[in-house]
Design a protein around this ligand. Sequence first.
Ligand SMILES: Nc1ncnc2c1ncn2[C@@H]1O[C@H](COP(=O)(O)OP(=O)(O)OP(=O)(O)O)[C@@H](O)[C@H]1O
Ligand SMILES: [Mg+2]
Length: 251
Amino acid sequence: MTRRNYEAQQAALTQQRMVGNEQATLQREEAKNSGTSARLITVSEPAGAASEAYRSLRTSLLYTQVDRPTKVLLVTSAGSEEGKTTVCANLGVVLAQAGKNTLIIDCDLRRPAVHKVFGLRNIAGIVDILADERSLSESWQEPLPDLSLKVVTAGPLPPNPAELLSSRRLSQFLAEVRSEFDYVLIDSPPARLVSDPIILATQGDGVLLTLDAQTTRKVDVRRTVRSLTTVGANVLGTVMTNVKGTKQAYY
Ligand SMILES: Nc1ncnc2c1ncn2[C@@H]1O[C@H](COP(=O)(O)OP(=O)(O)OP(=O)(O)O)[C@@H](O)[C@H]1O
Ligand SMILES: [Mg+2]
């Protein structure tokens, strides 16, 4: 990711947070009506700066990895509430807006939230697919009828998430979706707290790390990058959210 793109994302994501605060009430009303959450800024405000930042992230993905296309992308972060689900959902939307056949899978089997962002029900999901109780086409949902975006929610919380994600069934499933979709985005729990993202990282083509400018500690980001690269994961870059003030920070 270039420094210019990174800078644009930071500025725009700051604006997303400010706009988010000011218009929270209004957006909550809209979300109720449209079935999508206020966090889906790329749908509620496609012309806004935050949406532009997501498009510039999309451009980085589409054009900087020409030799080794990144098809299956894991979104994770060191700690909790660092923007994983929000980034995963909005990146999925802008990829689909570019005509890419996109699938989002909620592999956060601890605190799943992709369904909340898209206003979907979480009755069945990836857990049912991995248990061979449902097929992919029985499990996906299409939250935004105009877009080629499919979402597989988490499903019922399993007692053994890490074990389930280590199963051969997951690699088989990812091989299937790899041939069916242009992009597959995987949401996950915090990498510092559980091993699930490290397991998932070995299955994907690349990892995007989100971090919260106010709360994420650099040492945790470094540790997370180290654990990811140790298992051979391709860490593509970071997306910083919740940037306040004018002082810019770079990692
Ligand atoms: N409905 C909402 N509207 C606005 N902001 C929200 C909403 N839900 C969560 N947030 C805030 O947005 C930020 C990012 O949340 P998000 O769920 O994307 O993070 P996350 O890294 O996926 O969290 P988790 O570790 O719980 O999976 C958090 O600070 C969170 O408090
Ligand atoms: Mg989340």
